[in-house]
Design a protein around this ligand. Structure first.
Ligand code: ATP
Length: 235
């Protein structure tokens, strides 16, 4: 149903000089999905995410968020989107809670109760008073996502959130993202590893050279797409 669509890209296209980087991408991401955006390095994932967030302008095509054109209604739409697109800039000598408080202040203040909830949600409640410099990479990633959650976005966009995590960190990230989705958040995450997408995501779009190869529920993946998958993830 079209009313469930949280994020839609419409013939999204980006060209640098003669080079097509994102080639008329049509994606529909629905409420509650954990949507994996899978493709090898250089496939155009980051460029797509940056266009969705309005950080770069598409050559043509557009983005709809919660049924509204993202460019025309930027000020309305952007507060509904939380993003983690690179290693989060955190204050290493401050606690998780104090980090959240700093970013909350920048948003004009967030109730202490909400900060408690978020710390609980990202699994940092019991370490909230420890300095961030003592955290693992996975904990820092989750704190970065916690910051993105401060204004209670409907859509969360994560560029390679599992990058650099060990298998235990990936399991934690999976559990955490599942918790968010069960609370009604919609999540778009990029990855270049099929195995990770299979562990974490409910849906997947596979792209290669900027083109959509296939889009499917993850449990329907396995066989029909095998030939392509081998190219992405030889493991
Ligand atoms: P990665 O996982 O390595 O980040 P990706 O799928 O996110 O890969 P993009 O970063 O979107 O891929 O890059 C897609 C292609 O577009 C790459 O070949 C890149 O060199 C090219 N590209 C990206 N930005 C520019 C730019 N500003 N000018 C020219 N080419 C660019």
């Amino acid at each position: 149903r079209s009313s469930d669509v949280v994020l839609r890209t419409k013939d999204l296209y980006k060209q640098y000089k003669q080079r097509v980087v994102v080639d008329k991408l049509n994606l529909d991401i629905r409420r509650g999905e954990i949507y994996g955006f899978l493709g090898p390095n250089g496939a155009g994932k980051t460029t797509t995410i940056r266009m969705i967030l309005g950080l770069i302008t598409p050559t043509s095509g557009g983005v709809e968020i919660l049924g509204q054109d993202a460019r025309e209604n930027r000020s309305k739409v952007l507060p509904r989107v939380g993003a983690l697109i690179e290693t989060p800039a955190l204050y290493r000598y401050m606690s998780a809670r104090d980090n959240l408080q700093v970013f909350a202040k920048a948003l004009g203040g967030v109730p202490a109760r909400r900060i408690d909830e978020i710390l609980e949600l990202v699994g940092l409640a019991d370490r909230q008073k420890d300095k961030v410099k003592t955290y693992s990479l996975g904990m820092r990633q989750r704190l970065g996502i916690a910051i993105a959650l401060l204004n209670d976005p409907a859509l969360l966009i994560l560029d390679e959130p599992t990058n650099g995590l060990d298998p235990a960190g990936i399991v934690e990230m999976r559990d955490f993202l599942h918790r968010l989705a069960s609370e009604g958040k919609t999540i778009l995450m990029s990855s270049h590893l099929l195995s990770e997408v299979q562990q974490i995501c409910s849906h997947v779009a596979i792209i290669s050279f900027g083109k959509l190869i296939t889009e499917t529920a993850v449990e329907k993946l396995t066989r029909g797409h095998g030939e392509f998958i081998v190219k992405i993830d030889p493991m």
